[in-house]
Design a protein around this ligand. Sequence first.
Ligand code: UDP
Length: 435
Amino acid sequence: MEQSRTQKHTVVLVPLPLQGHMTPMLQLGSILYSKGFSIVVAHSEFRPPNPLNHPEFIFHPLSDGLSAPMEDYMVQLMEDQKLQGHQVSCIIYDSHLCFVDSVATHLNIPGIILRPDMAVYMLAFRYICQLEAENRIPFPESRLLDPVPELDPLRFKDLPHPITKEIPEWIMDFFASSVNIRSSVAIILNTTDCLEHSTLSRLQQCYKVPCFPIAPLHKLGAAATSTSFLEEDQRCIHWLEKQPSNSVLYISLGSIACVNEQELTETAWGLANSGIPFIWVLRSDSMDGSQLEDNFPEGVKALLGERGLIVKWVPQKKVLAHSAVGGFWSHCGWNSTIESICEGVPMICRPHFADQLSNARYLTYEWKVGLEIENVLDRGSIEKSIRRLMVDAEGKEMRQRMSVMKDKLEAGLQKGGSSYESLNDLTEFISQLPS
Ligand code: UDP
C-alpha cells in the first residue's frame, strides 16, 4: 500500500490486559504496521504483552493510575515524534478503557474504539440499558425464551447479563459507559459484513461516526506471531500429526472461564466414554483453588497419552488449522469462535457468561454450525453430544456449513471483499486525520 503516505504516522494502541482483548489489539497493530504505520503500544504494567513477539512495535508500560501516566507519556511521545517529522495520528483503545478518551480529548488527538466482539453485542448492551430505563428489569422468567424484538435471533436469555433480578448499579454504569463512544471519531469492530450484515447497518445508524468491521484480524496480519500471555505448549502439534483427519475433539474454555470439580469429572468421563481422541486445555487456574491433577479420575488418566492429551495452553490457531482436528468444544469467546470459523471446525458450545451466550446463539441457531450442551453437565449428555458432532451425519452437515462460512470469510479478505475494503478505508481514514 501507499507506505510513503503512512510511514510518518504513528498509531498508539491501548489494550485491555485480558487475553481476548489483547489479541485483537495486537493483531490490528500488526496489520496497521504492514500498511506502513509506526505502532506504539501503551499498556498496563499488570499482564504486559511480550515485546519479543513484536520487535517492530514500541512498548511503553503505564504505571498505576493509568490516566496521568498516559497523558505524560503522550505529551513526551508527541514532542519526540515532531522532532523526527512524524505525527501521532490517533489512539486506538479498547472499548472498556474510557479513561483514554479524556486523555485523547485533552491532548486533541483523535481516539478510535476497538470492539473485540460481535456488533450485536454492542447492541445488546444498549438494549439492556433500554430495558433498565423502561423499568423492565427484573424481567419475568417465563419470557426468557422470547425473541428480543430488535435483536433477532437473540432471546432475552442470551443478553449479556441475567435480567430476572435487579442489576447492580455499577454493572449498569459499566454497560452505559461501554456503549457511549464519547468523543471517539470511529469504531473498529472485530467482525465482518458477511457475518453481521444487517446488525452492522443497525449499529451504523446508532453511531454517527464511521464503523470499520474488519475480520478475521489474524488472517490479515502476522498470523504466526503469538499474542498469548501463557506459554504455548507446541508438543500438541506433534501429537496431532499422529491422528487421522477430523478425528480429534479440541476442548478449551479460553482464558477466564472455569469448571467446578463435578463438571471436570463429568467431562472427563464423557470424553472417555465417547471413544473420541481429544486435546483438552486445562489452565492451572481452570478450577478454582484446587490442583487439577488431584481431581482427575484414575480411569481417565489411563487414556492420556494414547487417546487424550491434557495441556495448560496451546497455540490454538495452529491446533484448529490442523487437519486432525474435527471439532471444537468451546466456551464461545469471540476470538475462539472466529478462529474456529476460519478453519471450518464445527463446535460444541458451552457458553459461560457475557458475549459467549449470544455467540453460542448465533453458532447453534443462526449459522447451525454448533450444538449446545445446556443445563447441568452429565457424562451421558456429554458423550452423546460429542458423538453427534464427531461421528453422526448431523456433525458432518455442520462441518459442511462451517466450510461455507470459512470460504465467505476468506472471500472477504480478497480485493473487493468487505474486510479488505474496510481495512483500506480505515487506513485512508487514519492517514487523513488532522494532526
Ligand atoms: N487461546 C490460546 N491457547 C489456548 C486457549 C486459548 O491461544 O490454549 C487463545 C485463543 O486462540 C483466543 C484467546 O486465547 O484467541 C481466547 O479468547 P476468547 O475471546 O475466545 O475467550 P476469552 O479468553 O476472552 O474468554
